[in-house]
Design a protein around this ligand. Structure first.
Ligand code: HEC
Ligand code: HEC
Ligand code: HEC
Ligand code: HEC
Length: 491
């Protein structure tokens, strides 16, 4: 070691200190920035907002709110936009059945097998639910529940049970406004508010009080009024229920549905009593790293926007990939290109696992169908059918959720693994039956590569099921707990 370095010059020492202090200051500033990002969300005090015109208790007309809050209103109105789709999401309508003919077979005999489109912006909610082929004269009023701010108004006027027990067509002239302000806000204080009963009831059944939720939790819970899984209790009440009593993950749903014995319909090919799991967006988000770190739906889907120096919450709720600078990049210092690549990388893997699982499920339905033709009895098919019922519920928990796996990648992979495994076990058990009834080789999948081919394949089974039901007149009641409602709207 030379004497020169052993006795550093004073100027070198000063420089060292300056670098050290500079770095320390930098760390403090970064810390402040990071905490301000999190606190900004929490500190907002909406009660500061000024009302030019007071708003009525259940005001469903969004433009009346717009008088007071033009920025929020204008950005809300932009949910009507339909920009070019992202790889897996986006605001333009997509025909899921044409994109993926597996769904025609998996939902055969049920509304989703006839018509199943991607969600669009909130502005289109009423148009889309009134134009889907899934709605018919038997559709209950419950299908309106997640489509319009007129619903809380009608529930307040008529009573919740009376609303659910009505027909969809009863309220066609009443429900006009697309999802809007009163769905999420209290008109007096503008604070976030739960406007619908099903979420409150689900909390109560779990022994939790939703009015105790924190402000940051409310920034996701307002979405959880609609972006959740649900079913209709029975054909008499058509009460909307969230299957949350045992918890929010797929195994909790499985336990719950096997206990209550619910099914949406009986599959015309396999005779499986199927559950149509609806979009568990909130439930799956809860199991991802963002929820774990307190990042809410609104943080990504409603980031802050600036206009003329005024900062406000962007009400153009849409795919964050249209707006990475304001959403992801507030927290992640990656380039837009990297962010997009990462999201699509997760979604590609999810898609691959979905397709593998769907192939197993379709094959299992058709193999059971063939075993029935060969002579297998209901008693023999009971166990395989149950495996397939559960497999399809697990698969749909992931398939129907929006975001294509992004909200909780590992959980989606785990659940699809489970679904695939159950479907294969079902097929194995059914192949043994086919062998018993004389089959010489394994069942071979027919060509179902387009929507048209798939529709043509399932139609004779649907006709045969209808003919059988008609023979059993007076119309046989569906098995206990089954509900024939087609289900509507955002998947
Ligand atoms: C960390 C950010 C983040 C959070 C938090 C988040 N999302 Fe997402 N969400 C995304 C991304 C990224 C996509 C994928 C968009 C795409 O593929 O275009 C997405 C997709 C969606 C979609 C489908 C959008 C489309 O265009 O098809 C819906 C609906 C959705 N999320 C709802 C929710 C709800 C409800 C919550 C809270 C329970 C939530 N998200 C929380 C980032 C987030
Ligand atoms: C009152 C029910 C309701 C509430 C509350 C609600 N949504 Fe939606 N959301 C829907 C429905 C229904 C659709 C599909 C509309 C359509 O396709 O016509 C949808 C669509 C979406 C889409 C797809 C938009 C696109 O451009 O493709 C996103 C993203 C989304 N919602 C996120 C959220 C977030 C985040 C929240 C909470 C801040 C929320 N939603 C609250 C019912 C609701
Ligand atoms: C899907 C739920 C949802 C809908 C629909 C909705 N908002 Fe909001 N709104 C929010 C959330 C979340 C925030 C952020 C609240 C917070 O963090 O304090 C917010 C904030 C606001 C604020 C506070 C100021 C700001 O910009 O942060 C105003 C004012 C407001 N919204 C007005 C409206 C109006 C007007 C409509 C109808 C045109 C509307 N909102 C529709 C969820 C919604
Ligand atoms: C409010 C802050 C915040 C926002 C906004 C946000 N994230 Fe994150 N993100 C986090 C945190 C916190 C983590 C956890 C990792 C950590 O602690 O470093 C994380 C983790 C991730 C991961 C790693 C996931 C994993 O399972 O390991 C990805 C990928 C990601 N974010 C993508 C996004 C994308 C895409 C967006 C925008 C749509 C986004 N994030 C928006 C805070 C945020």
């Amino acid at each position: 070691m030379s004497t020169q370095t052993a006795s550093p010059r004073p100027s070198g020492k000063l420089l060292g200190w300056l670098v050290f202090l500079g770095a320390a200051l930098g760390v403090v500033m970064l810390g402040l920035l990071a905490s301000s990002i999190f606190e900004r969300r929490a500190e907002r005090n909406i009660s500061r907002v000024q009302m030019i015109q007071p708003i009525a208790e259940w005001e469903a007309d969004n433009s009346k709110w717009g008088v007071n809050f033009p920025r929020e209103f204008n950005s809300w109105e932009q949910t009507k936009q339909m920009n070019e789709n992202t790889k897996y999401g986006g605001s333009k309508l997509k025909d899921y059945l044409a994109d993926n003919p597996n769904l025609v077979v998996l939902f055969a005999g049920f509304g989703f097998g006839k018509d199943y489109n991607s969600p669009r912006g909130h502005y289109h909610s009423v148009t889309d639910v009134t134009s889907t082929k899934r709605v018919n004269e038997k559709t209950p009023a419950t299908c309106w529940t997640c489509k319009s701010p007129d619903v809380p108004r009608l529930m307040a006027q008529k009573g919740v049970a009376q609303f659910y027990a009505g027909k969809f067509s009863d309220f066609k002239d009443e429900v006009k406004n697309p999802i809007g302000c009163v769905d999420c806000h209290d008109p007096k204080t503008m604070s976030l508010r739960i406007s619908r009963p099903a979420l409150k009831e689900a909390f109560e059944r779990q022994g939790k009080d939703i009015t105790k939720a924190t402000h940051q939790e409310m920034r996701s819970l307002v979405c959880a009024q609609c972006h959740v899984s649900y079913y209709f209790k029975d054909k008499q009440t058509n009460q909307l229920i969230f299957p949350w009593d045992d918890g929010l993950n797929a195994d909790d749903f499985d336990r719950y549905y096997e206990r209550v014995g619910f099914s949406d319909w009986t599959h015309p090919i396999s005779g499986v009593r199927v559950i149509k799991t609806r979009h568990p967006d909130y439930e799956i988000w809860m199991q991802g790293v963002h929820a774990f770190r307190g990042v809410s739906c609104a943080d990504c889907h409603m980031p802050y926007r600036s206009e003329g120096g005024v900062k406000f919450t962007d009400h153009q709720i849409r795919s964050p990939l249209y707006n990475m600078a304001n959403s992801c990049q507030v927290c992640h210092r990656w380039s837009e290109q990297d962010i997009k690549k990462r999201v699509e990388g997760i979604q590609d893997k999810n898609k691959e696992m979905l397709l593998q699982t769907e192939r197993s499920l379709v094959l299992a339905h058709l193999t059971i169908g063939d075993a029935i033709k060969l002579g297998a009895t209901d008693a023999e098919l009971e166990a395989p059918r149950k495996m397939l019922r559960r497999a399809q519920m697990f698969w749909d928990y992931v398939a129907s959720n929006n975001g294509m796996g992004f909200h909780a990648p590992q959980e989606c992979a785990r659940v699809l693994g489970k679904a695939n495994n159950l479907a294969q076990e079902c097929r194995l058990a059914t192949e043994q039956l086919r062998t018993k009834y004389g089959a010489k080789s394994l069942y071979q999948m027919p060509d179902l590569s387009t929507k048209e081919k798939a529709l043509a394949f399932v139609q004779p089974y649907i006709d045969a099921q209808k003919a059988k039901e008609a023979q059993q007149a007076p119309p046989a009641a569906p098995p206990a707990g089954q509900n024939a409602a087609p289900g509507g709207g955002m998947r």
